[in-house]
Design a protein around this ligand. Structure first.
Ligand code: MG
Length: 424
C-alpha cells in the first residue's frame, strides 16, 4: 500500500472536440519520430494534415515532403540548407524560413492546431517554448525540453493554456492509464525499461562495450543518442524526470521496472494496490497517433497488432543501479532540482557523442555525468536564457573531461607517481 500521489490536473488534457482535419506543425521532420509522424499523418488524410515542417538536416527530404503534404512553410536550422531549399521550392508557394528563429516560427505556426515537437536534444527547448507561447497544444517527443526546462515549460503551458501530450511511449502509457482518473487514489507510476543490450552483461564486459554493442537495441528502433542512453539506462532516468514534470508528481513517485519484452509500457499503481497497465507492440506510431487523436482513438490498419495468445511470458525485474549508475544519477539530479537536470542532460549528450566517436569508454559516461552534477551552478530554472546557459556550461565541461585513469585500466598496474598524470 502506498500513500496517495497528487496528480496535477493542470497539464492533463480534458475531453475536447478534435478539429478535422487537425493541422500539425512538425518540428524535427527528418528524424526517427518525424518520419513516423509523417506516416501517421499520411494514414489519416481525413483527420490530419501538415501545416508546416522544420528540420535540422535533410533539406531535400523536407522539400519533397512539403510539396507532397501541401505544407505552407518549411524551416531549416542551417541557413545554407535554407538557401538551397528556397531555390528548390521556388514557384511552389511553400515559404522557406531559416535558423532557430525560423524553426520557432514553424513551431508556433498560425494555422497549426497542434505542434509535434521531435527535435533531438536541447534543440527542442526553444521551439517547444515558442509553440506554448503561441497557445499551441504540444505533442511532446522531445524529453530534453522537460528535463532541462521543466519549470519553464510547465509555467508556459499553464500561462498560455497549452496542453502537453506525451509522445514518449512510456508517458503515453501513463497518460492512457490516467485518462479520466486524475486525483482518484493514484499511488505510484511505473515506467518500464527494456534493459537495453547490456541487461544480462557483467559489469566487466560492459566496461569494454563498443559503440556497435551499445547501438544494438533489442526492441526499439531509434536514433543513436537515445539508443546509447537506453544501453546506460540514462534514457529511463530522463523519462523519470519527464514524468515528474508532465504529471506534476515528485520523482520518487515515479519508479522503473525492467521489462525486456517492451510490451507493457507503463503501469499506474493505485493506493488500494490495484494496477492499470498499458500494453502494445513496441511501435512509436501508436503513441504519436494517440497524442494527435486524443481524446479519440483511431484505427491504424498499418500497425501490427498484439496477439495476447502468442505473448508467452512477460518478465519483470528491478533495475541494477550498480551496473547502470546513470539511472541513479538522474534521480539525484531531479532531487537536487534547479539546473541540475539541465547540466546532467547536456553532459550526457556530449558523453554519448564522445563514446560513439571512440574518445571515451562506456564506463566513462556516468563519470562525465557525475562530474557535471558536482559542478553545476545556480540560477533561475524558469528562465530560458538561464537554462540554455547552464546547458552550455555543462557541455563545455563535459567536452573537456579527461578519463584520468583510463590508460591505467588499459595498461595494467598503476604507474609510479613519477610517471605523472599524462593521459592519452
Ligand atoms: Mg521512452
Amino acid at each position: 500500500m502506498t500513500s496517495p500521489t497528487a496528480v496535477s490536473p493542470a497539464l492533463l488534457p480534458t475531453a475536447s472536440v478534435v478539429p478535422v482535419p487537425r493541422a500539425v506543425a512538425l518540428v524535427g521532420a527528418t528524424g526517427s519520430i518525424g518520419t513516423q509522424t509523417l506516416q501517421v499523418v499520411a494514414a489519416h488524410p481525413q483527420r490530419l494534415r501538415i501545416a508546416a515542417l522544420a528540420a535540422a538536416s535533410g533539406w531535400e527530404a523536407v522539400c519533397a515532403t512539403a510539396v507532397r503534404t501541401g505544407a505552407e512553410a518549411v524551416a531549416l536550422a542551417d541557413p545554407g540548407a535554407a538557401r538551397q531549399a528556397r531555390a528548390r521550392l521556388a514557384g511552389t508557394g511553400v515559404r522557406v524560413l531559416e535558423g532557430s528563429d525560423g524553426v520557432d516560427a514553424v513551431a508556433a505556426w498560425p494555422t497549426a492546431d497542434i505542434t509535434l515537437a521531435a527535435p533531438t536534444g536541447i534543440a527542442g527547448l526553444r521551439p517547444v517554448a515558442a509553440a506554448l507561447r503561441a497557445g499551441k497544444d504540444v505533442a511532446l517527443a522531445n524529453k530534453e525540453s522537460l528535463v532541462a526546462g521543466g519549470r519553464l515549460i510547465t509555467l508556459l503551458a499553464a500561462r498560455y493554456a497549452g496542453r502537453l501530450l506525451p509522445v514518449d511511449s512510456e508517458h503515453s502509457g501513463l497518460f492512457q492509464c490516467l485518462a479520466g482518473r486524475e486525483g482518484t487514489g493514484i499511488g505510484r507510476m511505473w515506467l518500464t525499461a527494456s534493459g537495453g543490450p547490456f541487461r544480462t552483461w557483467s559489469a566487466e564486459r560492459m566496461r569494454a562495450a563498443t559503440p556497435e554493442d551499445a547501438l544494438r537495441h533489442p526492441t526499439w528502433r531509434m536514433g543513436p543518442r537515445v539508443t546509447v542512453d537506453s544501453a546506460t539506462l540514462f534514457n529511463k532516468g530522463l523519462e523519470v524526470i519527464e514524468a515528474g514534470w508532465l504529471f506534476g508528481v515528485p520523482v520518487d513517485a515515479v519508479r522503473v521496472v525492467v521489462h525486456p519484452q517492451s510490451i507493457v509500457h507503463a503501469l499506474v499503481e493505485f493506493v488500494d494496490g490495484s494496477f492499470l497497465a498499458q500494453c502494445a507492440r513496441p511501435d512509436m506510431r501508436l503513441p504519436i497517433a494517440y497524442a494527435l487523436s486524443h481524446p479519440e482513438r483511431w484505427a491504424q490498419p498499418d500497425l501490427p497488432l498484439l496477439d495476447p495468445t502468442r505473448l508467452g511470458r512477460l518478465d519483470f525485474e528491478p533495475p541494477d543501479l550498480e551496473r547502470f549508475p546513470c539511472l541513479g544519477l538522474a534521480y539525484a539530479a531531479a532531487r537536487a532540482g534547479g539546473l541540475a537536470p539541465a547540466a546532467l542532460n547536456a553532459a550526457d549528450e556530449v558523453a554519448v557523442r564522445r563514446f560513439l566517436a571512440g574518445d571515451i569508454g562506456f564506463a566513462d559516461i556516468p563519470r562525465v555525468l557525475e562530474d557535471a552534477l558536482d559542478h553545476q551552478g545556480g540560477g533561475d530554472d524558469g528562465e530560458l536564457a538561464v537554462v540554455l546557459e547552464a546547458d552550455e556550461r555543462a557541455r563545455m565541461r563535459a567536452a573537456q573531461w579527461r578519463p584520468a585513469r583510463l590508460w591505467r585500466a588499459r595498461t595494467g598496474p598503476a604507474p609510479s607517481p613519477s610517471q605523472g598524470e599524462a593521459v592519452t
